[in-house]
Design a binder for this molecule. Sequence first.
Ligand code: HEM
Length: 426
Amino acid sequence: MPLRPDDLPRLDLADPRLHAESDLTEVWRYLRDEEPAYWHQEPGRESGYWVITRYADVAGIYRDTVRFTSEHGNVLETLLAGADSAAGKMAAVTDGPHHAELRGLMLKAFTPKALAPIVRSVRRVTGRLVEEAVLRGESDFATDVAARVPLAAICDLLDVPDADRAQILRLTSSALASPDGAPTQTDTWTAKSEILLYFAQLAESRRERPGDDLVSLLVRGRVGGRPLTGEEVVLNCYSLILGGDETTRFSMIGGLRGLIERPQAWAAVKSGRAAIETAVEEVLRWTTPTLHAGRTATQDALIHGSFIEAGDKVTVWNVSANRDERQFPDADVFDPARTPNKHLTFAYGPHFCLGSYLARAEIGAALEALRTMVADGAGEGAGIESAGEPRPVYSNFLSGFSSLPVRLRMDPRYRPGTWAAQSDQA
Ligand code: HEM
């Protein structure tokens, strides 16, 4: 349902149903134009938080980790609770020199060179899944393809044994977002505790038998002149699973949905008029899987005449910044050939997403497999066609679909098995 600026005083931006069931396009546009630093009173409470919606302001806050810290929570849930128990231990909620050192350690596992074998496996797996979906004709792209790529890549990165991967998938989907309604506190809490316990055991086994994976890097690494504690290791493994799985999935799923809804966009990708790397950036901008980020002001600040006091909670809305007409001409148009495209989907500055290269490779592999294997045209009887209503996830942090029924018809020039043969040669 499209909401209007007049609805604003009644909205609760922390309500997961709001983001799943309503279209906030006009509300975000109003805020960007008229109240770019908006005080959002929490319904029924004295407290509230700032809502920042313009591209330039969002980027400025991301960049300034001295005046806007993540250490009291970087998402609404922890920010409103007033604290994050992982602060100072997990990279995303740590600032200053400790963050820089911890990030530097983790970065070693995320360079293009270190990721090369994982990216090769991503391409192979994605191609196989897309080919299976095309051969079947009708499939759920969310569960049959997208759900099986990012988690496998993170598990490769952490060297999680194959036998444990299904359990990890189940836990990650109930920890952040829920396919059929707002997740209960108990579901979320139980899933998070089980993930943490799992990684504690994995870290223990890597201490005894280290390998080349990220868990081993963390257990052997030193930050601030000392080894990481068991808790620091576990929390940083956990942040990869939660930060890198659903986000990337939702981009892949939303990207295909965009191509189905806009035949011109599919034509641009299919014909090669839009390069895959360019289309990936537009999929990332268009889908914006993480709606917002949270910060706490450490000093007084003035933004467009609004006085932000030290201690105030501040939320920056990627979903709005990525549609800011001041930065993106025709911002509401999904254009896979768009350049330049400096979206804020991966944030900006010191906390810029560590997994961006991997996420781009995954989305790129999906687009390339679709381009190679699926026929021209979108709509009834054409290459790509909707086969049912997509099902949104309920979350105030993540945005996307947990189900996308589609019909994919094979490009008559594609020979099944070609992708696998090419991947084996690579
Ligand atoms: C940080 C988004 C994929 C790991 C972030 C941040 C955003 C983000 C917005 C900054 C959070 C903040 O400043 O509070 C995304 C999106 C993805 C994605 C939209 C997919 C489309 C991944 C992947 C991984 C990953 C695949 C790892 C496997 C991380 C880590 C951080 C981070 C470790 C913390 C970096 C730091 O604080 O220095 N991500 N991410 N992300 N992301 Fe991603």
